[in-house]
Design a protein around this ligand. Structure first.
Ligand SMILES: [Zn+2]
Length: 223
Protein backbone atom coordinates (compact mmCIF):
# COMPACT_ATOMS: atom_id res chain seq x y z
CA UNK A 1 0.00 0.00 0.00
CA UNK A 2 1.26 3.53 -0.74
CA UNK A 3 2.58 5.67 2.08
CA UNK A 4 2.34 9.38 2.62
CA UNK A 5 3.79 11.81 5.13
CA UNK A 6 1.36 14.33 6.62
CA UNK A 7 3.42 16.56 8.90
CA UNK A 8 4.80 14.28 11.65
CA UNK A 9 2.41 11.53 10.79
CA UNK A 10 3.16 8.92 8.22
CA UNK A 11 0.20 6.99 6.93
CA UNK A 12 -0.52 4.08 4.62
CA UNK A 13 -3.55 4.51 2.47
CA UNK A 14 -5.80 2.60 0.16
CA UNK A 15 -7.81 4.23 -2.62
CA UNK A 16 -10.99 2.66 -3.99
CA UNK A 17 -13.68 3.78 -6.39
CA UNK A 18 -17.38 3.34 -5.87
CA UNK A 19 -20.56 3.95 -7.88
CA UNK A 20 -22.51 4.53 -4.73
CA UNK A 21 -20.94 7.69 -3.33
CA UNK A 22 -21.25 11.26 -4.60
CA UNK A 23 -18.25 12.73 -2.82
CA UNK A 24 -14.84 11.39 -1.91
CA UNK A 25 -14.93 9.95 1.60
CA UNK A 26 -12.32 9.00 4.16
CA UNK A 27 -12.25 6.29 6.77
CA UNK A 28 -9.61 5.05 9.17
CA UNK A 29 -9.58 1.29 9.44
CA UNK A 30 -8.78 -0.69 12.53
CA UNK A 31 -5.25 -1.34 11.34
CA UNK A 32 -4.90 2.47 10.97
CA UNK A 33 -4.85 2.34 7.17
CA UNK A 34 -6.61 5.38 5.72
CA UNK A 35 -9.21 4.35 3.17
CA UNK A 36 -10.24 6.83 0.48
CA UNK A 37 -13.35 6.13 -1.57
CA UNK A 38 -13.70 8.12 -4.77
CA UNK A 39 -16.88 8.29 -6.86
CA UNK A 40 -16.36 6.36 -10.12
CA UNK A 41 -15.47 8.59 -13.01
CA UNK A 42 -14.17 11.44 -10.80
CA UNK A 43 -10.60 12.54 -11.30
CA UNK A 44 -9.21 13.26 -7.86
CA UNK A 45 -5.58 13.39 -6.87
CA UNK A 46 -5.64 11.14 -3.82
CA UNK A 47 -2.52 12.55 -2.20
CA UNK A 48 -3.76 16.13 -2.55
CA UNK A 49 -7.07 15.07 -1.06
CA UNK A 50 -5.32 13.39 1.90
CA UNK A 51 -3.17 16.47 2.46
CA UNK A 52 -6.25 18.66 2.45
CA UNK A 53 -7.87 16.40 5.06
CA UNK A 54 -4.73 15.99 7.15
CA UNK A 55 -6.18 17.77 10.21
CA UNK A 56 -9.11 15.36 10.31
CA UNK A 57 -6.79 12.36 9.87
CA UNK A 58 -4.49 13.59 12.64
CA UNK A 59 -7.46 14.08 14.98
CA UNK A 60 -8.82 10.58 14.23
CA UNK A 61 -5.39 9.05 14.83
CA UNK A 62 -5.20 10.80 18.20
CA UNK A 63 -8.68 9.63 19.13
CA UNK A 64 -7.91 6.06 18.16
CA UNK A 65 -4.67 5.94 20.08
CA UNK A 66 -6.48 7.15 23.23
CA UNK A 67 -9.48 4.90 22.82
CA UNK A 68 -10.11 1.82 24.90
CA UNK A 69 -9.08 -1.48 23.35
CA UNK A 70 -11.09 -4.57 24.13
CA UNK A 71 -8.41 -7.25 24.36
CA UNK A 72 -4.91 -6.50 25.57
CA UNK A 73 -2.17 -9.03 26.42
CA UNK A 74 -2.89 -8.97 30.17
CA UNK A 75 -6.36 -7.58 30.52
CA UNK A 76 -9.77 -7.67 28.91
CA UNK A 77 -12.59 -5.15 28.69
CA UNK A 78 -15.83 -6.78 29.79
CA UNK A 79 -19.13 -4.95 30.26
CA UNK A 80 -17.29 -1.65 30.47
CA UNK A 81 -14.55 -2.60 32.95
CA UNK A 82 -11.04 -3.97 32.59
CA UNK A 83 -10.25 -7.28 34.28
CA UNK A 84 -6.86 -8.99 34.52
CA UNK A 85 -6.31 -12.14 32.47
CA UNK A 86 -4.64 -14.96 34.40
CA UNK A 87 -3.40 -18.31 33.23
CA UNK A 88 -3.84 -21.56 35.09
CA UNK A 89 -2.19 -24.75 33.89
CA UNK A 90 -2.68 -27.20 36.73
CA UNK A 91 -6.38 -27.32 37.33
CA UNK A 92 -7.38 -30.27 35.15
CA UNK A 93 -9.73 -27.92 33.27
CA UNK A 94 -7.54 -27.23 30.25
CA UNK A 95 -9.40 -25.37 27.51
CA UNK A 96 -11.83 -23.66 29.90
CA UNK A 97 -12.18 -19.92 30.28
CA UNK A 98 -13.71 -18.78 33.52
CA UNK A 99 -14.84 -15.32 34.60
CA UNK A 100 -14.78 -15.10 38.39
CA UNK A 101 -16.27 -11.62 38.74
CA UNK A 102 -12.91 -9.98 39.26
CA UNK A 103 -10.64 -11.73 36.76
CA UNK A 104 -10.63 -13.94 33.70
CA UNK A 105 -8.87 -17.27 34.18
CA UNK A 106 -7.70 -19.12 31.08
CA UNK A 107 -6.97 -22.77 31.77
CA UNK A 108 -4.20 -23.56 29.34
CA UNK A 109 -0.88 -25.40 29.10
CA UNK A 110 2.16 -23.34 29.95
CA UNK A 111 3.59 -21.67 26.87
CA UNK A 112 0.47 -22.16 24.74
CA UNK A 113 -1.23 -19.15 23.14
CA UNK A 114 -4.50 -18.29 24.94
CA UNK A 115 -5.76 -15.98 22.19
CA UNK A 116 -8.23 -18.27 20.47
CA UNK A 117 -9.71 -19.43 23.80
CA UNK A 118 -10.21 -15.79 24.85
CA UNK A 119 -11.73 -14.91 21.49
CA UNK A 120 -14.15 -17.84 21.62
CA UNK A 121 -15.17 -16.88 25.14
CA UNK A 122 -15.79 -13.28 24.17
CA UNK A 123 -17.78 -14.28 21.11
CA UNK A 124 -19.98 -16.61 23.10
CA UNK A 125 -20.54 -14.01 25.85
CA UNK A 126 -21.56 -11.49 23.18
CA UNK A 127 -23.83 -14.02 21.53
CA UNK A 128 -25.76 -14.88 24.68
CA UNK A 129 -26.03 -11.23 25.73
CA UNK A 130 -27.24 -10.09 22.29
CA UNK A 131 -29.76 -12.91 21.91
CA UNK A 132 -31.23 -12.29 25.36
CA UNK A 133 -31.32 -8.53 24.93
CA UNK A 134 -32.80 -8.63 21.41
CA UNK A 135 -35.49 -10.92 22.72
CA UNK A 136 -36.33 -8.58 25.61
CA UNK A 137 -36.18 -5.32 23.59
CA UNK A 138 -38.03 -6.65 20.55
CA UNK A 139 -40.94 -7.57 22.82
CA UNK A 140 -40.85 -4.24 24.60
CA UNK A 141 -40.81 -2.19 21.39
CA UNK A 142 -42.77 -4.59 19.22
CA UNK A 143 -39.99 -5.02 16.67
CA UNK A 144 -39.66 -8.09 14.48
CA UNK A 145 -36.12 -9.37 14.03
CA UNK A 146 -35.26 -12.12 11.54
CA UNK A 147 -31.75 -13.48 11.89
CA UNK A 148 -29.05 -12.38 14.29
CA UNK A 149 -25.38 -12.91 13.50
CA UNK A 150 -22.34 -12.35 15.68
CA UNK A 151 -19.33 -11.72 13.46
CA UNK A 152 -16.08 -9.94 13.00
CA UNK A 153 -17.19 -6.67 11.38
CA UNK A 154 -15.70 -3.19 11.30
CA UNK A 155 -18.72 -1.54 12.95
CA UNK A 156 -20.52 -2.39 16.19
CA UNK A 157 -23.71 -3.36 14.41
CA UNK A 158 -25.18 -3.71 10.93
CA UNK A 159 -28.67 -4.03 9.55
CA UNK A 160 -29.22 -5.65 6.15
CA UNK A 161 -31.99 -4.74 3.70
CA UNK A 162 -33.80 -7.98 4.44
CA UNK A 163 -33.88 -7.30 8.18
CA UNK A 164 -30.99 -9.41 9.44
CA UNK A 165 -28.94 -7.89 12.24
CA UNK A 166 -25.21 -8.47 12.64
CA UNK A 167 -23.29 -7.49 15.76
CA UNK A 168 -19.60 -7.18 16.39
CA UNK A 169 -18.28 -10.11 18.46
CA UNK A 170 -16.59 -7.63 20.86
CA UNK A 171 -19.91 -6.07 21.85
CA UNK A 172 -19.83 -7.50 25.36
CA UNK A 173 -16.79 -5.30 26.08
CA UNK A 174 -18.98 -2.20 26.16
CA UNK A 175 -20.87 -0.86 29.18
CA UNK A 176 -24.46 -2.13 29.17
CA UNK A 177 -26.05 1.22 28.14
CA UNK A 178 -23.82 1.30 25.05
CA UNK A 179 -24.36 -2.30 23.92
CA UNK A 180 -28.09 -1.76 24.43
CA UNK A 181 -27.83 1.44 22.38
CA UNK A 182 -26.18 -0.48 19.49
CA UNK A 183 -29.09 -2.93 19.46
CA UNK A 184 -31.70 -0.14 19.51
CA UNK A 185 -29.82 1.73 16.78
CA UNK A 186 -30.07 -1.36 14.54
CA UNK A 187 -33.76 -1.77 15.50
CA UNK A 188 -34.41 1.77 14.24
CA UNK A 189 -32.77 0.81 10.92
CA UNK A 190 -35.40 -1.90 10.45
CA UNK A 191 -37.89 0.88 9.67
CA UNK A 192 -35.51 3.61 8.42
CA UNK A 193 -32.56 2.44 6.37
CA UNK A 194 -30.44 5.59 6.76
CA UNK A 195 -29.50 8.18 9.38
CA UNK A 196 -32.22 10.69 8.43
CA UNK A 197 -34.38 12.80 10.75
CA UNK A 198 -37.02 10.09 10.63
CA UNK A 199 -34.46 7.53 11.72
CA UNK A 200 -33.46 9.71 14.69
CA UNK A 201 -37.08 10.20 15.63
CA UNK A 202 -37.64 6.46 15.53
CA UNK A 203 -34.52 5.83 17.61
CA UNK A 204 -35.38 8.51 20.18
CA UNK A 205 -38.68 6.77 20.90
CA UNK A 206 -36.75 3.73 22.10
CA UNK A 207 -33.66 5.51 23.35
CA UNK A 208 -34.26 9.20 24.25
CA UNK A 209 -30.61 9.86 25.17
CA UNK A 210 -29.20 8.20 22.04
CA UNK A 211 -26.92 11.06 21.02
CA UNK A 212 -25.20 11.08 24.39
CA UNK A 213 -24.67 7.31 24.15
CA UNK A 214 -23.42 7.62 20.55
CA UNK A 215 -20.86 10.14 21.72
CA UNK A 216 -19.61 7.92 24.54
CA UNK A 217 -19.17 5.10 22.05
CA UNK A 218 -16.44 7.16 20.37
CA UNK A 219 -14.00 6.25 23.15
CA UNK A 220 -14.13 2.52 22.43
CA UNK A 221 -12.24 0.84 19.67
CA UNK A 222 -12.07 -2.84 18.88
CA UNK A 223 -8.48 -3.46 17.76
ZN1 LIG B 1 -26.71 3.28 11.69
Amino acid sequence: MPELKLGDLSITYLAKTSDRCKNATLKIRRDLTVEVVIPSGEKINVEDFLKKESKWIQRKYDELSRSKKTIEPNRILYRGKYYPIERESESGRLGDVEFTGNKLIVHINEGADPQSLIHNWMKSETSSYVRGKVDELSKRFDVEVKNIYIRSISKWGLCSRNGDLTFNWHLIALPEELSEYIILHEFAHLSEFNHSKRFKKELSKMCPDFSERQQRLGSYFTV
